[in-house]
Design a protein around this ligand. Structure first.
Ligand code: 5GP
Ligand code: MN
Length: 348
């Protein structure tokens, strides 16, 4: 059984102090490169852009935000404040003074941009994945934080930064994304307190949610229907807890003229299956390459499955890059499930 090292406590005071010092000690005109994970989601972009805007308000002038892969920001996020700071990966400072990474559990999530960490004096890692590999010089990893933006807000506060409506909108998108719009167990009193601080800046949650979660092109609606039609339910998998899965190909995207990110909400459409603990969405990204999303309702630790297959994530939400055909990928997942079952004592 693959047991990954897991982080079981938040940052220490010494780590917070080291992160604050790394920002405060920037030389005049020091270049700060902010990087979030490949195929950025709401928490990756929101925590990075909110923190970038906070740094700009603190007087940091040489700032870039970036992520690996095509420099395309998914349509739902194109209204986010701070996008003027985003540059394509190939234009990112080759030799930044400070690198700050957001929501990336491992180096592999940063693609070729990982080389910037070795060239900078300090590399801060802000994250909330228990599977984080602590690849920075200072690691602010809080596995109890509902989103990376929780860590980002704390660091900004410790730096003396303020929440204005632009910073707040970014952090709100991040928080709402990773709590499933305040539905998951990660939605603690502290999460609602942070949401209250963000809303107090005057941002409009209804308008933001509609834009981020509830808007998609008609072609995407039709595409979703096709993908859901081929959903399979396997009651015997995961030692009888049940597995539900489906897949989407590049042909599916091409047929409706859609971009890959329109597939992201589909995992929510299959994970509601009452009879299955585990859900799996397999999204083609190349000839024989697939981005895989895994979810569990508590019977299985899907981060163990993902880590065993080269990825990572959280206990109830994880992912990895799969190879071969879609059925090869599902076969690999199915084979890992028995060794990732959670005992009653692990659940909660
Ligand atoms: P999603 O299914 O929403 O893309 O990802 C669920 C969780 O798994 C997120 O916390 C995400 O960061 C993590 N995750 C998804 N894909 C990968 C991957 O390929 N590698 C790693 N390390 N984590 C992943
Ligand atoms: Mn996150």
């Amino acid at each position: 059984m693959v047991r990954a090292p897991r982080i079981d406590a938040g940052p220490t005071e010494a780590e917070w102090a080291a992160a604050v010092a790394a920002v405060r000690d920037l030389p005049d005109a020091g270049r700060v490169l902010l990087i979030c994970h490949v195929n950025p989601d709401g928490d990756a972009l929101g925590s990075m852009l909110g923190f970038a805007l906070g740094l700009r308000a603190l007087g940091v002038r040489e700032l870039q935000a970036t992520f690996p892969g095509p420099p395309e920001v998914p349509e739902p996020f194109r209204g986010l404040p701070g996008l003027d700071l985003v540059v394509p990966a190939e234009r990112a400072y080759p030799d930044p003074d400070l690198v700050i990474c957001f929501d990336a559990a491992s180096e592999s999530r940063l693609g070729d941009l990982f080389d910037r960490l070795g060239r900078a004096e300090h590399a801060l890692v802000l994250d909330h994945h228990a599977s984080n590999t602590r690849f920075g010089t200072v690691n602010l990893v809080d596995p109890f934080a509902a989103a990376t933006s929780v860590v980002a807000e704390q660091l900004l506060t410790r730096l003396g930064g303020a929440l204005d409506a632009s910073v707040a909108e970014c952090f709100y998108v991040a928080l709402a994304t990773d709590t499933g719009s305040f539905r998951f167990d990660a939605t603690t009193p502290a999460v609602h307190e942070m949401a209250a601080r963000l809303l107090a800046t005057g941002i409009r949650p209804g308008e933001i949610s509609r834009r981020i979660f509830d808007t998609r092109p008609y072609g995407a609606v039709r595409l979703h229907a096709d993908v859901l039609t081929r959903t399979r339910f396997e009651p015997e998998s995961a030692a009888g807890l049940g597995l539900v899965w489906t897949y989407a190909t590049l042909d599916d995207l091409a047929r409706y003229g859609q971009r890959p990110y329109v597939l992201e909400p589909l995992i929510d459409s299959i994970r509601c299956t009452a009879e299955a603990d585990v859900s799996c969405l397999v999204k083609q990204t190349g000839e024989a390459e697939w981005a895989v999303s895994l979810r569990s309702k508590g019977g299985v630790d899907v981060s163990r499955v993902a880590i065993a297959l080269g990825g990572g994530g959280h206990r109830l939400a994880a992912g990895f890059t799969g190879r071969g055909s879609a059925t090869d990928v599902v076969d690999a997942v199915r084979a890992q499930l028995p060794s990732a079952l959670l005992g009653i004592e692990d659940q909660g």
